[in-house]
Design a protein around this ligand. Structure first.
Ligand SMILES: [Zn+2]
Length: 394
């Protein structure tokens, strides 16, 4: 970035006194400092797609130095510059949709991070290998995606974490291809789980935004939510699901919009003996911007046999304690229905709601009955009652 400035200085040497050139050099450096890090890397060369969004840079991170990241839950976030976004995909692989996600990313020369479920890896090991072969980072997401990992006996929680890693490693065929990145299903966690993950040098990934792509909403809505929330914070990790057809449909819209708004994609990889962590300052990891307010109902649909995780995250708050503790876990989630497969004809508003823990039990029971009635035979006949129940619920 300095070549132009120093070239000017070299030319000036021939015509100016030495003291003048020294001052000019100092001024030049000062101006460059004011300008910041200089021109950013252009999108990677992308064969056949000169207009691709591309991957602007690779960020190498040391999980031991930064064991928990993501403004939705933790006091640290990835050290991204303004308008830098990291794409992540959970719950796969599910070849039918994961392969389409891979194709879209490949067309745009984008590298992302995939958080694999062990059982899904056992079912489709070839797709896990395809993810890794395409150059994406591969992390894990437990063996069987438990409903509430933090409520399991610790030994069971450890078992599903470890088995998820073992299954994904086996699918890859080479454990060194697995990144020490982990995301908790539903973003549920506990001090004990966090401590265990840290003891294994696993980096716990929360997120900075979700796009509600597990809800019964259309792909347009998913794309709109993603862009609105990215714009609200200006940079960060986006959590998507590569098992959802609406995500397949939404992803090109999201990428196109990111490109037009000047965003850049960053690929995050773990540090190794041969690949040192990207030099950063601690202050870059601290939350310089508040989390985007989001109320999140988390209901991925990885298949009928998987449990249905649900959580409510009122918002991330800057907190130096080990856990921010603002998540509200809903015990009744096991009774919630799996979202229908007929996704694109689904209504815009979700019928799956997460109770607000602040409601007392009798009021909650009444609202549950009202919403269930509105979602069932009463749907369409009394939408106002259902909407009112939703409002009260929230
Ligand atoms: Zn998940």
């Amino acid at each position: 970035m300095c070549s132009g400035c120093f070239m000017t200085t070299r030319v000036a040497v021939a015509f100016r006194p030495a003291w003048f050139n020294s001052i000019l050099s100092i001024l030049c450096l000062f101006i460059l400092c004011l300008l910041g890090p200089g021109p950013r890397a252009s999108a990677a060369e992308c064969p056949g797609n000169p207009g691709a969004l591309g991957t602007s840079r690779v960020l190498v991170v040391d999980p031991r130095a930064h064991p928990r990241i993501g403004s939705m839950q933790y006091p640290e976030a990835l050290p991204l510059e303004d308008h830098e976004v990291v794409l992540t995909f959970d719950d796969g692989p599910l070849p039918k949709y994961s392969n389409q996600i891979l194709r879209i990313l490949d067309q745009e020369c984008i590298k992302a991070t995939f958080f694999i479920i062990g059982k899904q890896a056992n079912a489709s090991p070839e797709t896990v290998r395809r993810v890794a072969a395409a150059g994406h980072s591969v992390g894990t997401h437990t063996q069987d995606h438990p409903l509430a990992l933090q409520n399991l006996p610790l030994e069971q929680a450890i078992a599903t974490i470890d088995n998820g890693i073992a299954s994904t490693s086996a699918a890859l065929g080479d454990p060194s291809l697995l990144a020490p990145f982990f995301r908790v299903p539903g973003l549920h966690h506990s001090r004990e789980i966090d401590a265990y993950l840290a003891s294994r040098n696993l980096q716990l990934w929360s997120s900075d935004f979700v796009a509600d792509d597990w809800r019964d909403i259309g792909p347009d809505r998913v794309a709109k939510l993603a862009i609105e929330r990215i714009e609200a914070r200006g940079k960060g990790i986006l959590l998507l699901h590569d098992i959802q057809p609406r995500t397949v449909a939404a992803l090109p819209m999201i990428l196109r919009e990111l490109k037009s708004r000047g965003y850049r994609i960053v690929h995050v990889v773990p540090a190794t003996a041969e690949r040192p962590a990207t030099p950063t300052r601690l202050v870059q990891w601290r939350l310089s911007r508040p989390a985007v307010p989001m109320e999140v109902t988390y209901v991925p649909d990885a298949g009928e046999t998987l449990p249905i995780p649900t959580f409510t995250d009122q918002r991330g708050q800057l907190d130096d304690s080990l856990t921010t503790g603002h998540e509200t876990v809903v015990a009744a989630a096991q009774t919630l229905p799996i979202p229908g497969r007929d996704l694109f004809s689904a209504p815009e508003e979700p019928l799956v709601l997460v109770p607000n823990a602040r409601l007392d039990s009798s009021r909650r029971a009444f609202l549950t009955a009202l919403i269930n009635w509105g979602a069932g035979p009463g749907a369409g006949s009394c939408p106002h009652a259902r909407e009112r129940a939703r409002t009260l619920w929230r």
